[in-house]
Design a protein around this ligand. Structure first.
Ligand code: UDP
Length: 536
């Protein structure tokens, strides 16, 4: 099947002449290969060599010009996963004059976003590594939009969730394999290479055991904005005043099963007096799943990629993540981290099977489904006796796979007790006040007064932050630090008014540094104003 690139006709001769005369131009953002996205004009790709080509001419630009550091280890990451050595991008270089000896270039007129998907068959990876980063990379660069063309260069086939990727552009995304059908030398008129990592919240344990990223830069607001976009694409209109509260049990049909699912369903319905619905990726369309989850009061599921759908839950909803025997919930927190992002406003509870008699293990399965019979006998025995998988790196730790692919008979009373003790039904528990921070206090001044020989006073005053004039803030406080010049310690004060006379521990003939900042609602700390230097 041939891939129609665009209806836009381009003047071929002019484009070819521009390529030969101007060569490739590249300007990137980001200081390191791990945070870099590059914008190119006239970047080419040889489908025979499977290499990107940078053509040098008098007008070429290459910024950053890293010299050989471009290979240490790469110019940039093509996927949103940090520094993964299978995901590196680079180009090879040629003089533009070499075009004379090459196949006639085929020009790609669409603005291209060239990237790798990380694991397109796993729903969690689809959202976390690809869809959300694509969505926000498109928002980051002015000439990317939903008319841009996505190029997936990781080399996989469409994968199980290609329909979701199609929502990210009005044009058909193209796979690496399909590029061959377009021509031998493709030249992208305008392209962006790489994905923004600003929205990712989890690292999968390639260099240290998995966990939340060290410096999370995304809040629930952006995740929910993305969720709303996806729901639009799925034709789901959110039913704000849903008639009836209900619980969704997201089940897996192939592995990591809940063996007493029917019993659990009944128990949840009875305990919470709510309808309870089972869904699975095998039996429901993705749109139906999202439609159900987006109005649910509670989502219950085994740990697993399907839990990424918790990003569609309404605010205030409860996420219950179940863990098999031997798997410590604190060590595997992609969904906990998501649920507890500020502004997600979800209530998260983990439950773990702690009773060995309630677990069903599969030592005889293939290793990737948790089998261990390929290991030597003593190692098999050690794994079977172990009560908890020690922290480990990704991705083939046999003890981890053995435990995570167990089936579980859920101890229903212990589960219900955990849910009841850790959550509140029908509430938005920790209300996240949209973080509006105060500005600096203004016009701060100090005035010293001597009081005989041994004592002195310091009168300090300031004006409210400029943005407070336009805000209704429940609680406005000022924090003042008084530091004697040259000392490491300071005296802190919390004040409600805009001036104060300090007399405690104030000495005459001394220089004090005074730091002032405003605090909204006890927790929103503003910046310090420029330090005041006060001589008594
Ligand atoms: N999956 C599923 N039903 C199953 C097992 C897996 O729908 O019984 C889905 C799962 O949600 C994920 C993909 O298949 O999207 C791969 O599952 P895997 O167990 O490899 O990954 P995990 O869920 O542990 O991230």
């Amino acid at each position: 099947q041939s891939q129609e690139l665009s209806q836009v006709r381009i003047d071929y001769q002019a484009a070819l002449q521009a390529l030969v005369e101007d060569g490739t131009r590249m300007v990137c953002s980001g200081r390191m290969h791990t945070d870099r996205v590059c914008r190119f004009e006239s970047l080419c790709y040889s489908t025979e060599a499977e290499e990107f080509v940078f053509f040098h001419s008098n007008s070429s630009i290459m910024l950053p010009n890293l010299g050989p550091r471009r290979f240490q280890p790469a110019l940039l990451d093509l996927s949103s996963v940090d520094d993964h050595n299978t995901q590196y991008f680079n180009f090879i270089e040629l003089p533009a004059a070499a075009l004379k000896f090459m196949p006639k270039p085929v020009f790609v007129p669409d603005v291209a976003l060239i990237m790798n998907r990380f694991n397109p068959d796993n729903l969690m990876h689809v959202f976390h590594d690809d869809l959300i980063p694509i969505f926000y990379t498109i928002q980051q660069f002015a000439d990317l939009d939903f008319e841009s063309r996505l190029f997936f260069m990781e080399g996989w086939n469409e994968g199980l969730h290609f329909e979701l990727y199609k929502f990210m552009s009005n044009k058909q995304p193209l796979l690496k394999e399909q590029l061959k059908t377009l021509g031998r030398l493709l030249c992208f008129t305008k392209s962006y290479v790489g994905l923004s990592k600003i929205t990712t919240w989890y690292q999968y344990g390639f260099v240290q055991p998995q966990g939340p990223k060290a410096n999370i830069l995304v809040s629930g607001n952006e995740i929910r904005h993305f969720a709303k976009f996806m729901m639009g694409k799925l034709n789901i209109t959110k039913d704000q005043n849903a008639a009836e509260a209900y619980i969704v049990l997201f089940s897996r049909s192939m592995n990591r099963l809940i063996v007493n699912e029917a019993e659990l369903l009944l128990a949840l319905a009875q305990e919470f007096q709510m309808k309870t619905i089972t869904v699975s990726l095998e039996d429901h369309s993705f749109a139906d799943i999202v439609r159900l989850i987006s109005n649910a009061t509670m989502l219950v599921s085994m740990h697993g990629a399907q839990l990424i759908t918790s990003l569609f839950l309404p605010k205030g909803a409860i996420v219950v993540e179940l863990f098999p025997y031997g798997v410590n919930p604190e060590h595997y927190t992609p969904y906990k981290t998501l649920s507890t992002l500020p502004g997600m406003e979800l209530q998260y509870v983990a439950w773990q099977n702690t009773e060995e008699e309630n677990t069903i293990a599969y030592p005889n399965r293939p290793w990737e489904q948790g089998g261990i019979v390929h290991l030597d006998k003593t190692e098999q025995e050690r794994i079977k006796k172990s009560k908890e998988v020690p922290r480990h790196l990704c991705c083939r730790n046999p003890e981890w796979l053995f435990r995570i692919y167990q089936d579980t008979k859920v101890n229903i009373s212990s589960l219900i007790q955990v849910i009841k003790s850790k959550t509140k039904l029908g509430s938005r528990r920790q209300k996240w006040t949209q973080g509006l921070y105060p500005g600096k206090v203004r016009e701060s001044k100090c005035q010293a007064s001597a009081q005989g020989t041994g004592e002195a006073k310091l009168f300090v005053s300031w004006q409210i932050p400029w943005n407070l004039k336009f805000l209704k803030v429940r609680d406005v406080k000022y924090e003042v630090w008084i530091q004697e010049q040259g000392e490491n310690s300071y005296m802190p004060y919390i004040l409600s008014q805009q001036n104060y006379t300090f007399s405690e521990n104030i000495k005459p003939l001394t220089t004090y540094l005074v730091w002032i900042r405003c605090i909204f609602n006890k927790t929103l700390l503003g910046p310090f104003a420029e330090v005041l230097v006060c001589n008594t």
